[in-house]
Design a protein around this ligand. Structure first.
Ligand code: SF4
Length: 361
């Protein structure tokens, strides 16, 4: 298949649904790890056409949703420093910190600018030599190589006013943590974008250690339904493995060049995930030889410690234990215009997916 229409073909969708209905004899809870999958699943209304014995739950793969309040507090604290620009992805702007968001800090006079890539932030630094520029970097293996390139370039070019507040995380430790906490997952719909960088090897231990099938999926209805069929086949044949459904974008070995950059600039560290707590070796830290770029090293800020969200159940949603309709604040106190938690702010958040597509109505 070559064109997007083919991945939305009614005939193919019907055929896949027919096979899924015929094969799915048990009860299955499948976790879509990636926020883009959550959005696609709700956009195309897939839960309503799947058999009721297949439950899809959202996972921890929305970068904004798993970023802790302390990180947001730190980014905000940089807006209070003199001659400092915070250059951030737009998605982070409205995420609530302990008492503030970057958007509010901007409204109160902080120099906060939206960028679309770390290289945009580096360019702002180059054209504002009299100011410091801090880039709060979030995201998984998909975006970490881009940050690594900007850091490497800044050092090579001797840019002395560019700093990165590093909040990058990696996917597999969170997938392990969810299973080890006892959450029952029968299959992982693995993230397509992350896997274009990492390839399939990062999931290989999951079927071996936990007996859970892993299928790397694309983002169209045919991709997702075909992935579900592949997972159900693995379960029914008692043959858990890693498979790639999204072959048009993901190579088994991933993107070597991007991985090399990532490993050159970052090293793993224990990190905090909103809702999941501290997970061993799940975050990325800037290596010693690039520490002149590390905002936490060079210009540390003191902020409030990590704290629980009041009334927001994002954490349980990110573990697949609850869904947005279980939250008392959903749709009344919490909407995309007035978000209480990160899962409603993010364009990949489960709460925003439920709110936007209203498939439950
Ligand atoms: Fe949190 Fe709002 Fe989602 Fe409730 S609806 S879990 S408050 S983001």
């Amino acid at each position: 298949m070559k064109y997007i229409d083919e991945y939305r073909s009614k005939e193919l969708v019907d055929q896949l649904l027919h096979e899924i209905h015929a094969l799915a004899r048990g009860k299955y809870t499948l976790m879509e790890v990636c926020g883009s999958h959550t959005m696609a699943i709700h956009r195309f209304g897939l839960p309503s056409v799947l058999p009721s014995n297949i439950r899809l739950v959202s996972g921890p793969g929305c970068p904004v949703c798993v970023t802790g309040k302390r990180f947001i507090n730190m980014a905000i604290a940089y807006t209070n420093k003199p001659d400092t620009i915070v250059a951030t992805y737009g998605d982070l702007l409205r995420v609530p910190g302990s008492s503030f968001s970057l958007e509010k800090a901007k409204a109160e006079g902080g120099d906060v600018r939206i960028v679309y890539s770390p290289l945009d932030a580096l360019n702002i630094a180059k054209s504002n030599a009299e100011k410091n520029v801090v880039f709060p970097a979030i995201g998984f293996e998909t975006t970490a190589p881009g940050t690594a390139v900007a850091i490497d370039q800044a050092v090579k070019e001797g840019v002395e006013n560019f700093y990165v507040l590093c909040g990058h995380k990696i996917m597999p430790p969170a997938m392990n943590a969810i299973v080890e906490e006892g959450v029952k997952i029968d299959g992982y719909i693995c993230p397509g974008h992350v896997s274009t960088i990492t390839g399939e090897d990062i999931y290989k231990h999951i079927p071996v250690n936990y007996g859970i099938p892993c299928v790397i999926a694309g983002f169209e209805p045919v991709d997702i339904l075909y992935t579900i069929l592949m997972i159900i086949k693995q379960i029914e044949n008692n043959n858990p493995a890693v498979e790639i459904q999204y072959k048009r974008a993901v190579k088994p070995e991933g993107n070597r060049k991007a991985l090399d950059y990532m490993h050159k600039v970052f090293i793993t560290r224990d990190d905090y995930w909103r809702g999941l707590g501290i997970i061993e070796k799940s975050g990325l830290r800037i290596r010693e030889n690039y520490k002149s770029i590390d905002a936490e090293e060079v210009m540390p800020v003191r902020v409030q410690a990590e704290e629980k969200d009041q009334g927001c159940i994002c954490g349980e949603i990110l573990k697949g234990l609850k869904n947005p309709l279980d939250c008392k604040l959903f749709e009344n106190q919490c909407t995309p215009i007035n978000p209480v938690g990160a899962c409603m702010v993010s364009s990949e958040g489960a709460c925003q997916a439920y709110y936007k597509y209203k498939r439950y109505e």
